[in-house]
Design a protein around this ligand. Structure first.
Ligand SMILES: Cc1ncc(C[n+]2csc(CCOP(=O)(O)OP(=O)(O)O)c2C)c(N)n1
Ligand code: SF4
Length: 279
């Protein structure tokens, strides 16, 4: 077993939860590996981390890894994460959500958690589809894409996760892919360490429910598509508008260090207690 495989193995609940549910070619397992490497590289202990997930194939990640974990209801991971962070600001609270979980049913929670700048790290596993429930379109399914509920092509516009989260007020916003794993590891590490609300959008193939119904002959083609089309945001910004078509910028889009809501709350509390003691 290689050192990296051994490392990942050390963090898994391999006696309880395997074999896993992911299809061959699914990118979600790569995100799990990246998360584990990031936590390990930062020197955090398993007990320092609370991992909160919603429902969906993406949500299964919380069941496999040996941190403090909560597998919550669909779209509500951030409500649980907010409560955990406010109760125990010392914990590194990380949520794992699918695009449906985070931006469809859970969209309202997400924009308000970003607006409040609560100190949670959010990993959104964007596969452009509801994977677990059979391939219905989500709010990130691209225009024209075929899904179980858009058999003639998606008619609704899709959200740009990076732009939406930036506009809502998050401290940190980035995008990576499961093909570019070294970059992804770095983006996750930076998101965990930056204060306030930090979101990493991660493009991750779902060949079973999305790729095979669209232009991808195999799961491997989906990885090749990520390799060819995702480029660093610095390069993307130098392209002419016509050269940007089909290109996806990856990297860091927002990086601020404003204190998280839990820090502001602690300051108010301390000041108020001091005032009351004097009275
Ligand atoms: C309140 C509620 N509504 C709907 C569902 C059904 N449901 C379970 S998973 C899911 C979609 C998951 O898609 P996504 O969040 O994109 O994650 P993926 O499976 O693609 O990783 C839905 C609609 C549910 N479990 N609970
Ligand atoms: S249905 Fe899609 S998201 Fe779910 S495990 Fe299979 S490939 Fe992954």
């Amino acid at each position: 077993m290689s050192d990296v495989t051994q490392l990942i193995h050390d963090y898994l609940r391999h006696n309880k939860k395997f074999p896993h549910v992911f299809c061959a070619g699914c990118g979600h397992g790569i995100v799990l590996g990246s998360l584990i490497r990031s936590v390990h590289a930062l020197g955090l202990s398993k007990d320092d981390v609370a991992l909160v997930a919603g429902i969906g194939c993406s949500g299964r990640i919380a069941a496999y890894v040996d941190f403090n974990t909560v597998h919550t209801t669909h779209g509500r991971a951030l409500t649980f994460a907010t409560g955990i962070k406010m109760a125990n600001p010392q914990l590194k609270v990380i949520t794992v959500m699918g695009d449906g979980d985070a931006f469809s049913i859970g969209g309202n929670h997400l924009i308000h958690a970003a607006r409040k700048n609560i100190g949670v790290t959010v990993l959104v596993l964007n596969n452009f589809i509801y994977g677990m429930t059979g391939g219905q379109c989500s709010s990130t399914t691209p225009l024209g894409a075929v899904s179980q509920t858009s058999p003639y092509g998606q008619l609704e516009k899709s959200f740009d996760i990076v732009k939406l989260t930036s506009a809502a007020g998050a401290n940190g916003v980035s995008r990576g892919t499961v093909f570019h794993v070294n970059t992804l590891d770095r983006l996750i590490r930076e998101a965990i360490m930056r204060p306030g609300f930090n979101l990493v959008e991660i493009l991750t193939p779902c060949h079973t429910q999305y790729g095979r119904k669209n232009k991808f002959k195999s799961a491997v083609d989906m990885y090749k598509w990520l390799r060819s089309n995702a480029i660093p945001v610095e390069k993307y910004e130098k392209l002419k508008p016509e050269e940007r078509e089909e290109r996806i910028p990856i990297g860091t889009f927002v990086q601020n260090d404003a204190p998280g809501l839990e820090e502001l709350y602690a300051q108010v509390r301390t000041a108020q207690c001091a005032k009351e003691r004097k009275q």
